[in-house]
Design a protein around this ligand. Structure first.
Ligand code: ZN
Ligand code: ZN
Length: 279
């Protein structure tokens, strides 16, 4: 099983990061993509540091990193931040640019700034031939951020053939379909277990298994039965179980298929024996 999106660099893990990685291993997690947005551009390198800190540690998931400026912090993106992303994307552990995109729910940065920063980071990712991890959240009862994000992906990304992920998918079926047509994987997080999340479950019942990922977005969005607590990568299992129930499958099938999808996107050119899925 792979947790395709979590924030392992969160200070909320500083006291017990090793222990939660042990628990993730025991739950069957073999790789983790730690999102490198830091607490702003200044600390976006922390995910890479953690990847290296735990590399080679026995019975520990392999940790990969990304690098990018979250739409919340778009107003902090300057030339130094872009240069930092350029540099980080050259490191072998850094597999993607992200999370990047548009958040009109909180509007922590002005929308025109969010768009400019998103656009610039797509350019950087394309130059480094890396996939992108998209964060998209519209304002309430609207699809505004989806419309803008999909339009930007269509005009500035799709033709590059590098693909990416819509992380923590909460959009409508049509948004997922349009992104999948552009080669994106759709990633589902712990909020799929929330009682009111029927639209997310409907989307997860529709997305083909070979275009799907699972994630925690930890420390956020802990799944039922731990809702409200600090989330952790081992709990990605609840996401696999929920999707399996929706589709009448065994959880192992969801784990194995999403693991293969993750590896095809983030480790292109590497071949894995089928037994590697469980190692
Ligand atoms: Zn996000
Ligand atoms: Zn995230």
């Amino acid at each position: 099983m792979i947790d395709s999106h979590c924030h392992l660099d969160s200070p909320r893990y500083d006291e017990d990061r090793a222990e939660l990685l042990d628990r993730a291993w025991d739950a069957g997690v073999r790789e983790i993509l730690s999102i490198g947005i830091g607490e702003g551009p200044e600390t976006m390198h922390r995910a890479l540091e953690i990847s290296r800190e735990y590399a080679g540690r026995p019975e520990t998931p392999r940790i990969w990193a990304s690098a990018g400026v979250h739409p919340h912090e778009a107003r902090l993106a300057d030339e130094a931040a872009y240069a930092k992303i350029e540099g980080l994307l050259l490191e072998p552990e850094v597999r993607a640019c992200g999370e990047i995109g548009l958040d009109y729910f909180y509007d922590h940065s002005p929308r025109d700034v969010q768009k400019a920063v998103f656009s610039r980071q797509m350019e950087i990712a394309a130059g480094r031939r890396k996939p992108i991890i998209i964060h998209c959240r519209p304002s309430q009862n609207s699809s505004d951020a989806w419309d803008d994000t999909l339009e930007m992906l269509r005009t500035q990304w799709a033709q590059r053939g590098l693909g990416g992920v819509l992380h923590c998918f909460t959009g409508e079926e049509r948004h997922a379909r349009e992104a999948m047509d552009m080669g994106f994987l759709i990633s589902f997080a712990g909020n799929i277990t929330f009682p009111k999340a029927q639209p997310i479950r409907d989307a997860a019942a529709m997305v083909p298994l070979d275009q799907m990922l699972i994630e925690t977005d930890a420390p956020f969005l802990a799944p039922v039965p731990n809702r409200g607590k600090r989330n952790e990568p081992g709990w990605v299992k609840e996401v696999a179980v929920t999707i399996a129930e929706l589709r009448g499958l065994e959880p192992d099938e969801v784990s194995d298929r999403t693991t293969a999808n993750f590896r095809a996107l983030f480790h292109p050119g590497t071949t894995f024996a089928s037994t590697d899925l469980h190692r």
